[in-house]
Design a protein around this ligand. Structure first.
Ligand code: ATP
Length: 391
């Protein structure tokens, strides 16, 4: 058994100093798709990932995230399309020849090997010399702050530490791209937050290029430079966290970005002066998304974040009336679920006192109510809003 010499675990730049920035120029996915029999799990996907980028693939369960990742890794053959790495076509190569690092949710460590031996394993298989292996493993263990745990076995580590071993094992190979499939989903909430920052730090310090799969919009918003939102195997929108958060392209992305109120109403006007809609006992002025697709008398999905829906002032036009049903305490604000006269549930936040049973008159600013021509997604549970755009 290897006796590891402890290396300082507090040197923040140990890995960065040891490794150059990512060598990847660009990875191009050109119309890649994948079908299982008659079922197309991934419709043609076009995406270029640039060196040093952190890209998140985001979407609900079953939308094709893992299929996309595994196709890229070479674990699944493509049905159509090409993958081009720095001008060289690689989709015909087996996984080991593509040389991507993989980090899975279940860590997949060797339980009988020490942390050091787990991290060194790939280098050993590749025939890298002993001195070079020691140097690279030491540098990577320091980067993931595990130098002092190098002699332990995976069973002696916490979940977060085991996941850091899995990351170290992937990046010690200096892969052009690291693929991560929901790597934090087995960790408890506090550890997930901690490891989220760790992953971003490691990505930056090691100069990695990372493709990260998650169904958690907060995780994707806080980690990624760009997000690819998938819906039923198709790209719903690609953009920076701020693009998606501030300008969702459709109700599906809006739902993911915290627009918890998705109201199916009827357009009463849509012109240069703005849009208005009514129905289900509600009347609302808002902002049309898309180019002139709304028509008077036609359907519209009105999307509003809970934090933008407020209790109306005395002389303010109200969107409608609702009775507070569930009031949750969240520190400075209350999260209120209220029921309209027509029985629709709406969600708002209030910094003033609200009690269950209170009759509320609610309002929204027109620029905060987005009007989409498409119907609301039935398969996406609009999640708790992500709050502020992470920096
Ligand atoms: P999750 O977040 O639950 O892992 P996902 O977004 O990663 O979901 P995929 O696992 O890529 O989704 O699955 C996409 C679709 O393809 C789903 O409808 C799924 O049922 C189907 N699918 C996945 N693997 C297979 C398979 N081996 N054979 C047939 N259908 C499959």
């Amino acid at each position: 058994m290897t006796t590891a010499k402890p290396v300082p675990s507090t040197e923040p730049d140990a890995g960065a100093a040891a490794r150059p920035a990512s060598q990847l120029g660009a990875l191009e996915l050109r119309g890649i798709s994948r079908a299982y029999g008659a079922h197309t799990a991934l419709h043609p996907l076009d995406l270029t990932i640039r060196g040093g980028e952190f890209v998140a693939l985001l979407g609900p369960s079953g939308c094709g995230k893992t299929t996309a990742l595994n196709s890229l890794a070479g674990l699944l053959p493509l049905t159509a399309g090409e993958i081009v790495l720095d001008g060289r076509r690689i989709d015909t190569l087996p996984p080991e020849k593509r040389g991507f690092g993989m980090v899975f949710q279940n860590y997949a460590l060797f339980p009988h090997l020490t942390v050091r031996a787990n991290v060194a394993f790939g280098l050993k298989m590749r025939g890298v010399g002993k001195a070079e292996t020691t140097r690279r493993v030491d540098a990577v263990l320091a980067l993931v702050h595990l130098g002092e745990q190098a002699h332990k076995h995976p069973g002696q580590l916490s979940g977060g530490q085991q996941q850091r071993v899995a990351i170290a094992r992937a990046i010690v190979m200096e892969p052009p791209l690291v693929l991560m499939d929901e790597p934090l989903s087995n960790l408890d909430a506090a550890l997930r937050l901690e490891m989220r920052s760790e992953i971003r730090r490691i990505h930056q310090e090691f100069g990695l290029t990372t493709l990260y799969v998650t169904h958690d919009q907060e995780e994707a918003l806080s980690l990624a430079d760009r997000l690819v939102v998938l819906h039923e195997g198709r790209v719903s929108q690609i953009g920076t966290p701020a693009d998606l958060y501030e300008h969702p392209a459709n109700p599906h992305v809006a739902a993911f970005m915290g627009y918890r109120n998705l109201l199916p109403l009827t357009v009463t006007s849509a012109d240069a002066a703005g849009a208005a809609a009514t129905g289900r006992g509600l009347t609302v002025r808002g902002t049309a998304v898309g180019d002139g697709q709304l028509r008077e008398g036609g359907p519209v999905t009105v999307a509003i974040r809970p934090e933008d829906l407020r209790i109306a002032g005395a002389d303010e036009p109200a969107l409608g009336e609702a009775v507070a049903e569930i009031v949750e305490y969240h520190g400075r604000v209350l999260h209120v679920e209220a029921v309209t006269r027509e029985g629709d549930r709406i969600h708002l936040k209030s910094s003033g006192t609200v009690r269950p049973g209170d009759a509320l008159s609610v309002a929204v600013d027109a620029e905060r109510a987005l009007f989409f021509p498409e119907p609301a997604p039935s398969t996406v549970a609009a999640t708790e809003p992500a709050g502020e755009v992470p920096s």
